[in-house]
Ligand binder design. Sequence first.
Ligand SMILES: Cc1ncc(COP(=O)(O)O)c(C=O)c1O
Length: 393
Amino acid sequence: MNRNIGKLIQMNDSAFYVFDIKELKNRIAYLKSKLPDVSLCYAVKANPMITGEIMDDLPRFEICSPGEARICQRLGVDTEKMVISGVYKTPAFIEETAADPDFKGIFTVESMRQYDLLCALSEKYGRTLQVLLRLTNGSQFGINASDIEEIIAKRENHPGIVLKGIQFFSGTQKTSLKKFARELSHLDQFLIHLKETLGYEAEELEYGTGFPVSYFKDEELDEDALLDGFTGILREMISHPKITLELGRSIAASCGRYYTHVVDMKQNKGQNYLLTDGGMHHIVYFGQHMAMKHPFLSAVGKETPENGTSWTICGSLCSMNDIIVKQAVLPDIEVGDVICFEKTGAYCMTEGIALFLTRDLPALYIQREDESVYCIRSTFETEELNMPEYERI
Ligand SMILES: Cc1ncc(COP(=O)(O)O)c(C=O)c1O
């Protein structure tokens, strides 16, 4: 066991996360080496907490809410690296950002209303604003191809708007090279069409690939083959925009580990239950199906035998849904042991139902490359958020 983890376990009497920055940076280096023709953009939503650690390692950060923007500002992310994205950007937030002479980033356009507002603000403040037009995949996100064509056709009416190119994202955990080939061919055809019909050459294509993470033991992923295949598909494109890949989980998942203590054990009607001080308000695995799938986990400091006892690992919420995994094989376990869940660096920590039952949120730590450890959030008591504050109006 890493001696820092031993120390953190001693220091914490409840659940916590550790984000390993060496692992994170190795992961970014791996992705850069396997994807030599593109630049990478980190989707901050995957884990805002690690953004400051990688802000010098990546050229772009996708920000999807005013809160994420404030975090990035406070961390000192260079505005040139910011893409202000998100289906709903509050008009006040768009105006504040667009008016700021120090803001050198890009806005995505998710509706004609957003586009009109950006045009008006560029005139009002005499500012040049850079935008990416988000092409919809048929969901509530982005705009139709015909809307993009209309914007481009009338681009001369808005000299303050720089149409940098197209953004596209169609979903996460995508494993099929055929799907990538289809999407990229579709985008390529669209870019060619824009050039041929409107004389518009997109400088950039920002593409959220939704690269997968294998969270569960029975999910095999030949990532080298997937990324090599992806690069091959990119090289077949006829148009040549600068390509940026927006990645969240693929960058962040592997750096995270969640540690939760065994606080009780029982056998109810023949089923072994192991109760922890964590739960679904702390940890969510994408694709976890009724707790049936088996994430990578271990009991800290104990070897898991092939034929150990199976346990249903539960959290501490008063909800029958609060099961992290069913029938997990573990070594001999006792109250006080700590279970470590791996690959929890992306979304796991933020997608839980944090305020249900007014329980504490876990402490968060990072371990840097030199093995120094920092607490980046202490255990967070949530009662202030569920406690009424009476203010007569
Ligand atoms: C527009 C956009 N880009 C990128 C991402 C990141 O996706 P992933 O974590 O699958 O890489 C998301 C996730 O929702 C997204 O909405």
